[in-house]
Write a protein of this length. Structure first.
Length: 217
């Protein structure tokens, strides 16, 4: 066996070792990821309070029925998300923010409700949401692919506006949801792609998933 052939074999073994090393991750990793969420939601399980102004319509603080229909029930949410994660010996600690946007037409929410001894026309003008996410989980790495599971706790903030007989009233409320997420991450050097499905068990009901891309350090 000549010297050039030995050199080529040595380089091939070294390259394979480097690929194997890159395919596995260290025990301690910090991740930063960006992605998109898609969910079906039931936002009725939360308390809302009127944000009083001098232009509020009469009896605006007594309204309840409009918050039981569209878009609070059966709404489709989609939007961006940003997460930071620390992983220590397969234990995952997550913090992040999410900005779900509800897709609905105000005309579909028009209804007539009775309060204050009279009938009133009500339309939902807007619904704005954002979440602060926390999570505790575990992952099981297999070279490039790592299945994972997270227990998620989200502090959810909603601001919504109703038009009552043409006059607007703004309401705001917070809720805490507890749920879970299961998924898998595909690792290529420091870059990874993660896909997951999630659901809540306590608080406003949300069912859906997410797609994220990020860097691990």
């Amino acid at each position: 066996m000549n010297l050039p052939l030995l050199a080529m074999m040595a380089l091939s073994v070294a390259h394979a070792g480097q690929e194997e090393e890159r395919a596995t991750r260290d025990d301690n990793v910090v991740e930063l990821s960006f992605g998109y969420l898609g969910q079906w939601s039931d936002e009725r399980n939360r308390s809302l309070e009127l944000k009083p102004t001098s232009n509020d319509p009469p009896f605006a603080g007594a309204v309840t029925d409009p918050f039981l229909g569209k878009p609070y029930l059966g709404s489709v949410l989609a939007g961006p998300m940003l997460e930071w994660r620390g992983i220590y010996k397969q234990v995952r600690l997550t913090a992040g923010v999410r900005f779900p946007f509800s897709n609905f037409r105000p005309s579909d929410t028009a209804q007539t409700v009775d309060f204050g001894g009279a009938s009133h026309d009500v339309v939902v003008r807007s619904m704005s949401l954002w979440d602060f996410r926390t999570g505790i989980g575990f992952e099981l790495p297999f070279k490039r692919v790592s299945p994972f599971f997270d227990v998620l706790g989200d502090v959810q903030t909603m601001t919504t506006q109703l038009a009552i007989d043409g006059a607007t009233a703004t309401y705001r409320g917070r809720a805490f949801s507890l749920g879970g997420r299961i998924g898998a991450r595909y690792q290529v050097d420091h870059l990874f792609l993660a896909i997951a499905a999630e659901a809540t068990a306590i608080g406003p009901l949300r069912l859906g998933g997410s797609l994220q891309v990020g860097l691990g350090f």
